[in-house]
Design a protein around this ligand. Structure first.
Ligand code: NDP
Length: 243
């Protein structure tokens, strides 16, 4: 019997990752849901996945930790290869460069870049054997244009955009499509402390985006509608940056 297609979503316990996991479950994917510590939040997402009639496997590990990542994924990858991988796990540690501490620089690069490398390498090794797959990296407007206080985060996301394009060129002939989705300001924990009166004037649509509006684009990229699309950065930002 054919198994259901699987989507692995990192950082899927809340925010954008949770919306992506639920959207992909509604599209028919079983979900491997990674997160770091928010088990209760992850269980809520798992319940929504199951309500959509799909299975959800919870995978708590830190994507920045190579050993933990390997221990969590290798046994699963021996049995099944995800069709889609969404590298979404991440956080910001904002500070002006003059005050930025070494750990703030290192931790942000680690979660976005090392995390991408570690998870993707393991999954890609299996995808190339199957000669199919979709990899979607969640980047940010900050990786496309300057944002004060985010030298670390901008460097990480711009790096991930570069990695997206190079990997897309490497694996296109294996029918593995690699793209980046670049959200602007999206209503999640990550931006809860930012003053709205400062943000809204920067957005032509004059509103903050919802996680589901990012998830819809990821859903499209994982679908049969997006078969000739690779190496691109698709912005979901209400017009706040038009690259
Ligand atoms: P949230 O803070 O709401 O959620 C982050 C998720 O990532 C949580 O599930 C968290 O799990 C998980 N996570 C964090 N660090 C790790 C780690 N080391 N290993 C595994 N999981 C981890 O963030 P958003 O939903 O807002 O952000 C999701 C992605 O979108 C990020 O990559 C972010 O940079 C990007 N983005 C967000 C924007 C926004 O405005 N919100 C704008 C542009 C980009 P746990 O709680 O268990 O730690």
């Amino acid at each position: 019997m054919e198994e259901n297609r699987v989507a692995l979503v990192t950082g899927g316990s809340r925010g954008i990752g949770a919306a992506i996991a639920i959207a992909l479950a509604r599209d028919g994917f079983d979900i491997w849901l990674n997160f770091r510590q928010g088990r209760d939040a992850a269980a809520t997402v798992a319940a929504a996945v199951m309500a959509a009639g799909r299975q959800c496997r919870l995978l708590p590990f830190d994507v920045a930790d190579p050993q933990a990542t390997q221990e969590a994924l290798e046994p699963l990858l021996e049995k099944q290869t995800p069709f889609a991988l969404v590298n979404n796990a991440g956080f910001a540690r904002d500070a002006l460069m003059i005050w930025m501490r070494q750990e703030e620089w290192k931790d942000v690069l680690a979660v976005h870049l090392d995390g991408f490398f570690q998870v993707t390498k393991l999954v890609l090794n299996q995808m190339v054997k199957k000669k199919e797959g979709r990899i979607i990296n969640i980047v940010s407007t900050s990786g496309q244009t300057g944002m004060p206080g985010q030298v670390n985060y901008s460097a990480a996301k711009a790096g991930l955009i570069g990695a997206t394009r190079s990997l897309a060129a490497e694996v296109a002939r294996r029918n593995i499509l690699v793209n980046a989705v670049s959200p602007g300001f999206i209503e999640t924990e990550m931006i809860k402390d930012l003053p709205r009166e400062r943000i809204l004037p920067m957005i032509p649509m004059r509103r903050i985006g919802q996680p589901e509006e990012v998830a819809g684009v990821v859903s499209f990229l994982c679908s049969g509608q997006a078969t000739y699309l690779t190496g691109q950065v698709i912005a979901v930002n209400g017009g706040s940056y038009m690259g």
